[in-house]
Design a protein around this ligand. Structure first.
Ligand code: PNW
Length: 490
């Protein structure tokens, strides 16, 4: 399945944008400097026993003190855009709508945004990439209280739009609501680490969290459209992640249906309310019953109105899986998959693709092209921006492997070819691409183990060294560039 495909270096449109992505907690460090408040990740990474491989983001890549150098590196590598996130607790240390604002934190982001623009790099800013204020978690359980969270998030977002929106023209509310809901509030592998073993109500919590994220996104989208967009002229949306799913047994209708259901539970859970302004997918209502919160008429009005404001589909995509419908045992009480199992190997023993050094990530460019088609047929009114894509190489702890990261170059080349085919052969509008990540960084529960960067970071000296994939991307983006902005310029 795609093992021996050659990289074809297929064309991309002239206007296709290229940049890299990061998130505040994963790179900034300076966790308690200049008035920053504690986020749920500052607390989670210091729990004993450690849930993050004994590691934390206290120092991370030291980006907080290296803004000029890091921006210069981006420019030297041919990047014209950069997807970054804001640390909520640098800006409002306690997080809430009645809490003080930290001007020093705002000044840091002013400096970063200005440096980017001076180098001709457009910032795309994510308001929330997982580092919620710890105080809000302690006050009311964060996402578990929809009304409180929504009011605090609205206040924080309004502040960001008013302070940075003169220069930031692409806004993203939430990064990966699926991961926040499931990994944070069901299997407990990401902060705040709720799971059944620790006494959380995993039957209901993940769905409540998802509900809060959807309504908070919609509320903030309405605020941007009403109060800021008319003068600032920017765009806003959300970023959804998702694997593509192939049936485990292509000749079994139950597995064919399972692959579709799995995609709906992963992506349409958020995509349908946010982009289509309607209720959750029918298969979720049927399977989850009253575990799934209900949208009121007011909620649906808000969703309908804001669905038209979102101006792109932000896609984080890494890999594909096989889906198998389990029929020989009942689902667990808190099952969230419609009793579907995810596998890397199909019924014939064929693997979905070559393994990286992260268990969930294999090279599967064919699935990427199929996912682009799936998303674009479900949300046909939206252009797609790839807001994250990348991989860690096998054996990358070895500096020689890191420098000449052949596995990553091949992965990126094949995934860019898949985008090209989606654009020119399938007629899908893909506007741009952000590689994950600009540099090696703190990979959440896996600590500093997996290295996703196209720039190597020496965690002793914090020295940066571009890997060959960084030069490969710079060059291939130039070589692939078509001559016009129309889709069939190829
Ligand atoms: C994304 N999965 O998370 C995040 O947005 C990044 O912060 C992170 O560093 C990056 O991907 C690499 O992991 C994901 O299991 C985590 O499918 C897990 C999955 C997908 C995305």
């Amino acid at each position: 399945m795609g093992y021996n495909l050659p990289v074809e270096n297929l064309k991309l449109p002239a206007v296709f944008t290229y940049g890299s992505a990061t998130a505040a907690y994963q790179i900034e460090g300076a966790a308690d400097r200049d008035g920053k408040g504690k986020s749920i990740w500052d607390v989670y990474t210091h729990l004993e026993p450690s849930r993050t491989n004994g590691e934390n983001g206290d120092v991370a890549c030291g980006h907080y003190d290296r803004v000029q150098d890091d921006v210069k590196l981006m420019a030297d590598l041919g990047m014209k855009t950069y997807r970054m996130s804001l640390s909520w607790t640098r800006i409002i240390p306690l997080g809430g709508r009645h809490d003080p604002v930290n001007e020093v934190g705002i000044a840091f982001y002013d400096k970063l945004i200005d440096a980017l623009l001076e180098h001709g790099i457009q910032p795309s800013v994510t308001l929330y990439h997982w580092d919620a204020p710890q105080t809000l978690y302690e006050r009311y359980g964060l996402f578990l209280d929809t009304a409180e969270f929504r009011a605090d998030f609205e206040h924080y977002a309004r502040l960001c739009f008013s302070r940075f929106g003169d220069r930031v023209k692409t806004w993203i509310t939430f990064n990966e609501p699926y991961i926040i809901s499931i990994f944070g509030h069901l299997n407990g592998t990401l902060a705040p680490g709720h799971c059944a073993e620790r006494g959380s109500d995993t039957v209901r919590e993940p769905w409540r969290v998802g509900h809060t994220l959807i309504l908070s996104h919609a509320a903030v989208t309405a605020i941007y459209a009403d109060e800021f967009q008319p003068t600032q002229q920017g765009r806003i949306s959300i970023v959804l992640n998702g694997h593509f799913y192939e049936p485990f047994d292509r000749s079994n209708p139950a597995d064919i249906a399972a692959a579709q259901t799995r995609l709906e539970f992963y992506i349409a859970w958020f995509g349908d309310p946010v982009f289509l302004g309607r209720d959750y997918p029918a298969c979720m209502r049927v399977y989850l019953g009253d575990r799934l919160p209900v949208f009121t008429e007011d909620d649906l009005d808000l969703l309908r109105a804001t669905s038209k404001i979102n101006s792109f589909y932000g896609m984080n995509h890494y890999s594909s899986k096989f889906a198998r419908q389990i029929t020989d045992r009942p689902p667990a009480k808190d099952d969230w998959t419609s009793n579907i199992e995810e596998l890397s190997t199909n019924i014939h023993g064929e693997e979905i693709g070559p393994a990286s050094s992260s268990a969930w990530l294999r090279i599967a460019p064919t699935g990427f092209r199929k996912l682009l088609n799936w998303v674009s047929s479900r949300y046909p009114h939206l252009p797609i921006i790839i807001t994250e894509n990348g991989c860690p190489c096998p054996g990358e702890t070895d500096m020689e492997v890191a420098k000449d990261d052949q596995f990553r170059q091949r992965y990126l080349g094949l995934y860019l070819d898949a985008i090209s085919r989606a654009i020119y052969e399938d007629g899908i509008e893909v506007q741009g691409y952000y590689v994950w990540s600009l540099m090696d960084n703190f990979e959440w529960s896996a600590g500093y183990g997996p290295r996703f960067g196209i720039i190597h970071v020496d965690y002793d000296t914090l020295g940066r060294t571009p890997k060959n994939s960084a030069y490969y991307l710079r060059d291939t983006m130039e070589q692939r560039r078509g001559t016009s902005s129309v889709r069939n310029d190829y």
